[in-house]
Design a protein around this ligand. Sequence first.
Ligand SMILES: NC(=O)c1ccc[n+]([C@@H]2O[C@H](COP(=O)([O-])OP(=O)(O)OC[C@H]3O[C@@H](n4cnc5c(N)ncnc54)[C@H](OP(=O)(O)O)[C@@H]3O)[C@@H](O)[C@H]2O)c1
Length: 199
Amino acid sequence: MRVLIVGATGLLGKEVVRMLSPEHQVIRASRSGPDLSVDLTDKASIVSMYQRLGTVDAVICVAGAAKFAPLETLSDDDFAFSLANKLMGQVNLVRRAVGHIVQGGSLTLTSGILAQHPMTGSAAVSIVNAGIEAFGRSAALELRGKARVNVVSPGWVSETLAAMGQARSAGVPAEAVAQAYKRCLLEDITGEVIQVAKW
Ligand SMILES: NC(=O)c1ccc[n+]([C@@H]2O[C@H](COP(=O)([O-])OP(=O)(O)OC[C@H]3O[C@@H](n4cnc5c(N)ncnc54)[C@H](OP(=O)(O)O)[C@@H]3O)[C@@H](O)[C@H]2O)c1
């Protein structure tokens, strides 16, 4: 299959690329490429990427940022940034995929476990993650027969915790999260939110 991966240069994205590359033609995208450049916050950039891409069997998005900070310090701009970036960036990636994804193709987005299990500082992130899951289920309903839409919801990733000086054992390895993206690509599922987290 021909698979576009947005966020391919990130921690999780690299693992998804590594897992899928042996069997699929992977096209790696992010603001810095390496195969195609795209800025999720810029609709014109998404349209331009799809024009350069042509047709694919699947789109996987492992990108998107939202502000993590205590509620009382989150500004209007912080909320606007979060909504425009991780939420609307992924929504627009799905909206603009029409005409560039094969009949029955697969679209996979990324949310995060803070949607269901908030913590201090997660207000903006939690809204965004919950919005992605709601959108994913709605889009799956409306695109049924045309494209499958699923969402992967990671908990803290071990490698991220290690980079923050915390115990890896409290998280899930990036490889386990990448398996969930592979499931969304290969299994005949739609409208699913796949949680990969340590409880
Ligand atoms: N790591 C975790 O513990 C964890 C847990 C739960 C959820 N998540 C979610 O999983 C996703 C990936 O996390 P990660 O840890 O792999 O992140 P990461 O290592 O920071 O990688 C982010 C990737 O997205 C690209 N990117 C960033 N902003 C972009 C934009 N505006 N347009 C296009 N590409 C953009 C980056 O490349 P460029 O800089 O070149 O654009 C990079 O390839 C995020 O949505 C994150 O919220 C992560």
